[in-house]
Design a protein around this ligand. Structure first.
Ligand code: SAM
Ligand code: SF4
Length: 337
């Protein structure tokens, strides 16, 4: 496994970042992410924790330096700490630079100390509003006080917290300054995300939800002084610093800004499908070589290399004609946001 050549795609992008969805299930039903009556995958289709370990370790052996665990809600996967504790060995060996997760925060009160002990240093927590009623509306099943206790627990455990907020027209527009000031007061960074056309949500009006981050930025500039930061993470985020609070704000703008040229990441679903691009249907089945060759990693490594050799140049999302063109059929909770 050691001394493998790194993963470089056809557009000379080094693939060093793997996002892994460990479950498609969730204890919330956010209106932009899931339909209320979701059908979840049968258990037999899911990778076991041992299979997830083997796959992630293969990627680490191929030069992946950053692993983000997501879902669905990663912390509702049974025995998930077994997996985090297993990945800790790659941090300890120095092969992995960062092990992190994106969570809705509902289970952090329980898990934050164990995550910190496993070597997690930072966590992204999704939160779209500070109003308990609105929170219940947007998550359908979530409770704000539980998430707040999760955020407290994460900070108490020494985890650096970044808040992810989906910018939703007519929903959290008026709360933007409150959210910024609240994050500043708790020394948390904030990233604002444009809503993306993922999956069938039943009756939800997706174009109606869309609030362009260009507008959000202009709105912020009415109150704060924004300085663009050169920092790039290889993903769709761009950062500014607010002079008044000193805080860093990220903008994830897959729809209004093309970020694909610096893309360094691929996404693994909980069924072992590797998606080479968030906005394309191209995928590679890694579960088949994994299960067919339980004692030999060579076919799996070949499958990973072939998949990276087919990574598309970019995505086709476009709302400009008032319909979500380039829409992909899977839900964000399947690929992992
Ligand atoms: N359950 C965890 C959470 O909510 O953080 C992790 C998975 S969730 C799919 C990851 C991120 O994707 C969240 O920040 C969520 O707000 C975002 N997300 C989900 N559906 C989205 C959509 N259609 N457009 C943009 N962001 C979306
Ligand atoms: Fe669950 Fe996260 Fe999707 Fe909300 S955004 S339904 S918390 S997976």
């Amino acid at each position: 496994m050691m001394n493998q050549p790194p993963l470089i795609d056809p557009f000379a992008r080094a693939i060093t970042y793997l996002r892994v969805s460990v479950t498609d299930r969730c204890d919330f039903r956010c209106v932009y992410c899931m339909a209320e009556n979701m059908t979840f995958l049968p258990k037999k289709d899911l990778l076991t924790l041992e299979e997830l370990d083997r796959l992630c370790s293969a990627f680490v052996g191929l030069g992946v330096r950053k692993l983000r665990i997501t879902g669905g809600e990663p912390l509702v996967r049974r025995d998930i700490m077994t997996f985090f504790n297993a990945m800790a060995r790659h941090l300890q060996s120095g092969a992995l630079e960062e092990l992190t997760l994106t969570t809705n925060g509902s289970q952090l009160e329980k898990f934050a100390p164990a995550l910190a002990a496993a070597g997690v240093r930072r966590v992204n927590i999704s939160l779209d509003t500070l109003d308990a009623d609105k929170f219940a509306r947007v998550t359908r099943w979530g409770r704000l006080d539980q998430v707040m206790r999760g955020i407290d627990a994460a900070q108490a455990a020494g985890l650096r917290v970044k808040i992810n907020t989906v910018a939703l027209k007519g929903f959290n527009e008026a709360e933007l300054f409150t959210l910024v000031d609240w994050c500043a007061g708790r020394d948390m960074d904030l990233t604002l995300i444009e809503v993306m056309p993922m999956g069938d949500l039943g009756n939800e009006d997706r174009v109606g939800q869309y609030w362009s981050l260009k507008e959000v930025r202009a709105h912020l500039a009415q109150r704060y002084t924004l300085t663009d930061l050169a920092e790039r993470t290889g993903g769709p985020a761009r950062y500014v610093r607010l002079s008044e609070t000193g805080q860093k704000i990220g903008f994830i703008t897959p729809l209004s800004h093309n970020f694909c040229e610096s893309c360094n990441r691929v996404r693994l679903t909980c069924t072992g499908d590797l998606f080479m691009c968030l906005g394309q249907e191209d995928r590679a089945d890694l579960r088949a070589p994994l299960r067919a060759h339980p004692d030999d990693d060579a076919p799996l490594l070949d499958a990973i290399r072939s998949a990276i050799a087919a990574k598309p140049k970019g995505h086709d999302f476009d709302y400009s004609r008032q319909r979500p063109d380039g829409q992909v059929s899977r839900h964000m909770s399947h690929t992992g946001g």
